[in-house]
Design a protein around this ligand. Structure first.
Ligand code: ADP
Length: 499
């Protein structure tokens, strides 16, 4: 009955789910095919909502709306300060609905409610304000020129953007991409991940309420190989900004190359090293390592999953890490005491467990964890392996779960060499009080972000993106705005035309 239904929803702390249809040209609509798919609550394994399943025809409609809004609409043509005003209002609306938005992400993706409500979503609103503040400061340069010519550059919006985003930070990823693209004057189609589509639809509604014109921000929920692939191979999309796995990043780039050579930026996987030196305070370093490896259940591209500890403190570090991991509280992510919620879906859950099994079979020592926990839901104990070697699969592959590989090193040269022994290059951490070590290691490790005596210290002012097979192109910071702009050169003679 409905009564039971609503008390069950209350127990699960679920808000009413208002938006489940595609958002095209300012309207919520069903998929052309009429199909829907279920998005699952990983705490229970049960369906949260049925969501419209967009496919190629829906992507075509959304791109058409975005194309029209770009080619003839107000958004790219209005002044930056007008865009700023609308974006500021969008941010205020997010602040007003933070509780509901956080509940959607947490029920959809098993994220910690207090973090999402008090940190992540408020930071999303701030991210919009940051880029809103840049919207009226986009300009080119006056060039020196070598002849009697006047030359200057214009910075123009790149056009229709397709944003393909993952499920681990549904709101943060949405705004890493949408905020700078809006500020630049682009129009866009967002394809959220099928595991966590709900908040993106809510944001589309709030954007409309804030005054973002119809067609500027469209959201197509659906699956990767259908809706995602249609977007990346679309002839009328000018740029794809993708965050997700390295395998899919490769498909996106291939689709771009095979269609219209759209500009691509990729934020992909990682296998980031955290290097702890002998002079570090062990308790602080242990805590940092666990945040690095286990935060958001290890479902984070920058996870510090390879922890290198110098030999002088290694034994103490291992002992304290085991104790601390055991004290990590696992359970319903809506409970403020809980440190770790369920993995996002069954596929990820099983993949993580199979990596743990592989770690054991390849000869690493299981220090702690390694098992599922709880009688229902997709929970996995924080897991630490020691005696890990770089050639083992668990040290090479991105596991995307709460699994740390602990390794001992002797010298700074050795740890630099080993830290770089990866095809990825997203982030790295250094724990030391020695300035010379910090400087030397931060210049020698090939990764897009280096955190010294901190980890995951994201800031919207700090460009974020990987080296090597972690992708290319930056999200956030002013570099994150650049990628939604094209540079046009304009040349005119000062006196007489040379031709
Ligand atoms: P994960 O493996 O962590 O789920 P994915 O890289 O598969 O990450 O997913 C990230 C995003 O890419 C999701 O929105 C997903 O739907 C989308 N995606 C998956 N496959 C494709 C594809 N072939 N083309 C475009 N997008 C895709």
């Amino acid at each position: 009955s409905e009564g039971n239904d609503s008390s069950e929803r209350q127990k699960l702390r679920l808000p009413e789910i208002k938006f489940t249809r595609l958002f095209i040209n300012g309207e919520f609509v069903d998929a052309v095919s009429g199909k829907t798919f279920e998005t699952i609550d990983p705490r229970t394994g049960e369906a949260l909502a049925s969501v419209a399943e967009g496919d190629k025809e829906d992507v075509d409609l959304a791109v058409k709306a975005a194309r029209e809004a770009f080619d003839h609409g107000r958004w790219p043509r209005m002044s930056g300060s007008e865009r700023r005003k609308i974006m500021m209002k969008f941010a205020d609306l997010i602040d007003r609905h933070v509780e509901e938005l956080a509940s959607l992400d947490c029920a959809d993706a098993g994220k910690l409610f207090t973090h999402t409500k008090f940190l992540e979503i408020p930071q999303c609103a701030e991210n919009i304000r940051y880029f809103a503040g840049a919207a009226d400061k986009i300009h080119g340069e006056t060039l020196k020129m070598s002849r009697e010519l006047q030359g200057y550059t214009l910075r123009e919006p790149i056009g229709v953007v397709g944003h393909i985003i993952p499920w681990n930070f549904p709101s943060t990823m949405f705004f890493f991409k949408v905020s700078p693209a809006l500020a630049a004057g682009c129009t866009m189609v967002v394809k959220p991940a099928e595991q966590s589509p709900l908040s993106a639809l809510y944001y589309a509604h709030l954007a409309k309420e804030a005054g973002v014109p119809d067609g500027v921000l469209n959201v197509i929920t659906g699956f990767g190989p259908t809706a995602g692939a249609a977007l990346s191979s679309h002839m009328d999309v000018d740029k794809i900004s993708f965050t997700g796995s390295t395998e899919v990043g490769r498909l996106v780039m291939e689709a771009a190359a095979k269609s219209n050579l759209k500009v691509v930026s990729l934020e992909l996987g990682g296998k980031s090293p955290l290097m702890v030196f002998d002079d570090a305070d062990v308790d602080t370093a242990v805590e940092l390592a666990q945040i690095a490896a286990f935060y958001n259940k290890g479902e984070i591209c920058v996870a510090g999953s390879r922890v290198y500890v110098q030999e002088g403190i290694y034994d103490e570090f291992v002992r304290k890490s085991a104790e601390k991991a055991k004290s990590w509280k696992i359970g319903d992510p809506f409970d403020p005491q809980v440190n770790q919620g369920p993995q996002v879906d069954k596929k990820q859950f099983e993949k993580i467990l199979s990596y743990i099994d592989l770690g054991k079979r390849e000869g690493a020592t299981l220090l702690t964890g390694g098992k599922p926990c709880g009688d229902k839901g997709l929970y996995i104990e924080p897991t630490i392996f020691t005696d890990v070697k770089e050639e083992m699969t668990i040290a090479k592959d991105e596991i995307f779960g709460p699994v740390m590989s602990l390794m001992k090193f002797k010298t700074i040269e050795e740890v630099i060499e080993r830290a770089n022994q990866t095809r990825y290059g997203l982030a790295a951490g250094i724990v030391t009080t020695d300035l010379n070590i910090a400087n030397r290691v931060s210049r020698s490790v090939r990764a897009g972000t280096i955190w010294i005596n901190c980890y995951m210290a994201f800031d919207r002012d700090c460009p974020f993106g990987g080296f090597k097979m972690s992708g290319f192109g930056k999200d956030i910071g002013m570099a994150g705005l650049d990628k939604y702009l094209l540079c046009k050169s304009v040349v005119t003679p000062i006196y007489n035309s040379p031709w």
